[in-house]
Each structure stands twice: as C-alpha cells, then as structure tokens.
Design a protein around this ligand. Structure first.
Ligand code: NAD
Length: 247
C-alpha cells in the first residue's frame, strides 16, 4: 500500500534529534522523499532512506539555497527552535535577539524561500513549530520562549490567510512537554533548584494532566497528517497536542 506521503518532497529542519528526527523518520516511512537537515551534521547520522544535509536555519543564504536547489517541496516542517528558561527580569538582550532570530525570523525566511515554488505549482503544506507555551498558555520561566512561540502562531495564521486561495496551507503545532534530548537538558538545569534530577523530572510530569510527557513520535504523527492530503481542509490552525495541559 502506498504511504500517505508517496511522491511528496518534504523538507525538515532540526531533524537531528527529538521531534524533528521522529517526524523525518515517520514521513520517510510514509513514502516521502525527505530532505532532513540539522545544524549538527553528526546528529543526522543513522537517518535511513532520506537525503541528509547540515543546515543552520539562521544562515539566510544557506537556508535559501537548500530550499531553492533542494526543491520544489510539497511540504516543509520548520521545527528548529530553542527553549530559553527566563522571565521578564532575567531575559537579556542577547537572548531576545537569538530567540526571535531562531524561533521566528528563521521560520519566516524558510517560508519566504519555499513559498514561490509552492505558489507556482499551486500546492504545498507548511508546518511550523510553535508550543502550548505561547499565546495559549502562560508557563513559568518561559518569558522569551512564550513570546517567540506566540509570534509563530500569528505569523502562521497571517501567512495562511495570504495563500488560502492558492492551494498552499500553513499550520502550526503547539505541543506540551515532549521527552526529547533538550528536555533532558532542561531537567538537568532545574535539578539544583528542584532538589535533584528526580524531583525536577517529577515537576515537569506533574503539570501534565495525563501524568506523562509526550513521546516525539506522537507529535510526528500530527506533523505527518498536516503534511499529507488527509488534512487538505486544514489551514491557519494552531493545533494543540499537549495531553490536556491547557484543559
Ligand atoms: P531538541 O531541542 O532536543 O533538538 C533541537 C534540534 O535543533 C537539535 O538537533 C539541534 O541541533 C537543532 N538546531 C538547533 N539550532 C539549529 C539551527 N540554528 N539550525 C538548524 N537546526 C538547529 O528538539 P525538540 O525538543 O524536539 O524541539 C524541537 C522543536 O520543538 C523546537 O522548536 C521546540 O521549541 C519545539 N517544542 C519542543 C517541546 C518539548 O517539550 N521538547 C515542546 C513544544 C515545542
């Protein structure tokens, strides 16, 4: 049986680990011709059945080149992002610049590079990575992060409105906490204050209504759906996938 993404060329950023990696693997299994990219080339090792390439999404020229020469793409998953842990008082100018540069500006630049080919062909699906910690939920110690991910939602909805009659869809996804390598780093960073690794872990789990974190594959399934024709009537949405965190 043909996969749901058979014949589709799909771009994925931050495919080296976590949600991006799980999405690249799932979409390749569904028949997509995936270009899996990441800042760190070594993290792309082991990705089978797809094209891999190092890419810093903050490098405008490299991003444009990857999307123009590697395309045309039927779908793209803009996954790259960074989680700063700060509040309005502790956030620095440098963090602000970097956070908006990676989480928002690079996503805009990716859309800007991929959209012309999509519009020319009259088809395409763009999936942007937002978060439940955004305009949807105020999470402690996520001041800059929440601001950037809220911007992703606004940018996604506006971009979708501009292309809604042209066969191109733009959506974003808003996960709750997902068990990924960078989450492990956040646990370690909170350990001293929380009273150890186990307590820091438990604090993250406790805020999840289901009493567990998401696995990257659960988020990848939503990305795969949005990149496929199954979601042909879905555009401009910020889809929450958070185990009930925002209930
Ligand atoms: P992660 O944070 O563990 O890994 C991020 C990946 O991005 C790494 O492979 C890294 O090399 C790559 N990367 C970093 N900077 C890059 C750049 N400039 N260009 C290209 N690649 C770069 O993965 P994750 O936790 O799955 O997070 C991925 C995305 O999901 C992020 O946008 C994050 O904000 C979002 N998100 C994560 C969670 C969570 O709980 N893990 C929840 C909601 C949203």
């Amino acid at each position: 049986m043909a996969g749901r993404l058979q014949g589709k060329r799909v771009f994925v950023s931050a495919a080296g680990q976590g949600i991006g990696r799980a999405a690249a693997i799932m979409m390749a299994k569904e028949g997509a011709d995936v270009l899996a990219t990441d800042l760190h080339a070594d993290k792309l090792r082991g990705l089978e059945g797809m094209e891999i390439a190092p890419l810093d999404v903050m490098d405008d020229a490299a991003l444009k080149d990857a999307l123009e020469r590697g395309g045309p793409f039927d779908a793209m998953f803009n996954c790259a992002g960074f989680v700063h842990q700060n509040d309005a008082l502790s956030c620095t100018d440098a963090e602000w610049e970097f956070g908006f540069g990676l989480n928002v500006r690079a996503m805009w630049k990716a859309m800007q590079a991929a959209l012309p080919a999509m519009l020319e062909r009259g088809r395409g699906s763009i999936v942007n990575m937002s978060s439940a910690a955004s305009s949807i939920k105020g999470a402690p110690n996520r001041f800059l992060y929440g601001a950037t991910k809220a911007a992703v939602i606004g940018m996604t909805r506006a971009a979708a409105a501009d292309v809604v009659t042209k066969g191109v869809r733009v959506n974003c996804i808003c996960p709750g906490t997902v068990e990924t390598p960078s989450w492990e780093e956040r646990v370690a960073a909170n350990a001293a204050q929380a009273g150890g690794m186990a307590a820091a872990r438990a604090a993250f789990v406790a805020r999840q209504a289901m009493g567990r974190l998401a696995q990257p594959e659960e988020i990848a399934a939503l990305v795969t759906y949005l990149c496929s024709e199954e979601s042909a009537f879905v555009t401009g949405q910020a889809i929450v996938i958070d185990g009930g965190w925002t209930l």
